[in-house]
Design a protein around this ligand. Structure first.
Ligand code: CA
Length: 492
């Protein structure tokens, strides 16, 4: 059972000085976007060290970096893997090995059918085994923990993050859900974790991808962050929808569940996205974060496939359009513009649980303008305009643009920047629902960002305009989360 003595011992270990990452160049493989993650191209010099065992009734498998031998040379953050129903704790070797080979201690633990029992017993496994008797004693940074959960384990991962708020030993920095069960109105926020990554396949017949839409939409804070006040609820979040991936793809080959024909590639994508996310939020190494987490770059193993990416940073951001008040912006000449509650079943075709702008330009040049609040017109220091946008009908349009207005600029308006120069506007996708239903045509959104460097002298910007060119006419677009943000990954 819980031992406060162990907590104190563990805390003293966790407080050992020194850098987290090994300096041995031969120890870890750095993930470089676009060139790695094909199993054939792995050049690991060291397989991970492993140990299986049980603490009380809870079986587990522990993985850790091999620093020449299985005695760690330094301290590593900890990843806790929670398996899904019908899967076992040994069904994620592909991911835990990858993490251990890249500088994480990782443990996959048995989750009983009772979530409550798991949530109680996991602490004893970590305290009495990992931090006290395991081969990595003294080398675990327990204040830098990631919780990764698959399927029902994804739900449990969220619960565990909430359980550890204010915990004297365990500090959660990231939660990753793989094809999560999400049929619960319990959402992560920045008090529970700094980072949240949801990954879901589009043809998941066990857990509907709708769950990840909803949990992404509701995680963290809706509004501005550090503008100027810190909102403790804000977090860094991302949602990767893997087109044509299935539920069983997230387990090892041969594990329970139906796999898709691209299961091996899916696992490579999961490795790349998860490692990149955890390395950033647990180790402060942001390599690959822009292309993999914020943008749509595909890991090499996933090449030829498609991912739709959404993200919002928890750091400096100024939000001017979440549309949660349901009010249509006043300054528009669009003939057909509405704010819809996408979570309302009456708005068929949407999986999101948010309000968003839905527009259908009737003529080239039609626009909608969003005003920056008084006192919020100085954009100096912000790096990007970002929004999530999708196209709900028609062939992909290429001339949707964003522009800014400043009374100090000649003519007021800047030079419009075409959104599609910075990302593909996602379109309606066939998504298969849980329990074998589907496919259903779903209007998706992906986050696209435009650098503010396209504009100059940003100290008094009063409006943002989205305008639609000729090839957008008659087509329907859905837009949300229009904001400016800085480069900071983690809020102070
Ligand atoms: Ca919204």
């Amino acid at each position: 059972m819980k031992s406060h003595l162990h907590w104190l011992i563990a805390a003293s270990f966790a407080a050992l000085p020194g850098c987290i990452e090994s300096t041995g160049a031969d120890t870890f493989i750095e993930t470089t976007p676009g060139e790695d993650l094909q199993p054939s191209s792995f050049v690991y010099t060291n397989s991970p060290c492993t140990e299986t065992g049980a603490q009380g009734d809870m079986s587990f498998k522990l993985y850790w970096p091999r620093d020449n031998d299985c005695v760690p040379d330094t301290t590593y953050p900890l990843a806790v893997m929670v398996h899904g129903n019908g899967f076992g704790y040994s069904d994620y070797d592909y991911l835990l090995s990858h993490l251990a080979q890249n500088g994480f201690i990782a443990i996959s633990v048995e989750r009983y059918n009772s979530e409550a029992a798991f949530l109680q017993d996991i602490e004893a496994t970590l305290e009495d085994y990992v931090l006290t008797t395991s081969p990595v004693v003294g080398h675990v940074n327990a204040t830098s923990i990631a919780i990764v959960g698959h399927s029902f384990g994804g739900r449990t991962a969220r619960k565990l993050a909430a359980q550890w708020v204010g915990h004297p030993v365990f500090g959660v920095k990231a939660v990753v859900t793989l094809a999560q069960n999400g049929n619960d109105p319990f959402y992560l926020d920045g008090t529970m974790t700094r980072g949240y990554l949801a990954i879901h396949g589009s043809i998941d017949h066990d857990e509907t991808p709708e769950y990840s839409f909803i949990h992404y939409d509701n995680a963290g804070a809706q509004g501005s962050q550090n503008d100027p006040a810190n909102d403790p609820l804000a977090l860094n979040k991302s949602f990767k929808l893997l087109i044509n991936a299935n539920h069983g793809d997230f387990g090892d080959p041969g594990a329970a569940g139906v796999e898709s024909p691209i299961a091996d590639q899916t696992r490579d994508a999961v490795k790349a996205y998860t490692l990149t996310f955890l390395r950033s939020h647990l180790k402060g190494d942001h390599k690959g974060y822009d292309p993999y987490i914020r943008d749509n770059m595909l890991p090499a193993g996933w090449s030829g496939q498609q991912t739709i990416s959404q993200f919002r940073d928890g750091g400096k951001r100024r939000t001017i359009g979440t549309f949660e008040d349901g009010v249509v912006p006043a300054n528009t000449n669009l003939g057909n513009i509405n704010v819809l509650d996408l979570g309302d079943p009456a708005n068929a075709g949407y999986f999101n649980d948010t309000h968003a702008l839905v527009v259908q330009p009737a003529a080239a040049g039609q626009y909608v303008r969003l005003s920056l609040p008084a006192g919020k017109t100085n954009l100096t220091g912000f790096k990007w305009i970002s929004l999530r946008i999708g196209q709900a009908s028609g062939a992909p349009a290429s001339n949707v643009s964003v522009n800014l207005y400043s009374p100090q600029w000649f003519g007021g308006w800047g030079v419009p920047a075409s959104i599609t120069n910075y990302g593909e506007i996602t379109t309606t996708k066939p998504l298969s629902l849980g329990n074998g239903a589907g496919p259903t045509q779903v209007h998706t959104m992906g986050t696209i960002r435009v650098p503010l460097s396209a504009f100059s002298s940003l100290d008094n910007v009063t409006m943002l305009q989205l305008s639609f060119g000729a090839d957008a006419v008659g087509k329907s677009f859905v837009i949300d989360d229009v904001e400016f943000y800085g480069s900071s990954l983690v809020s102070p």
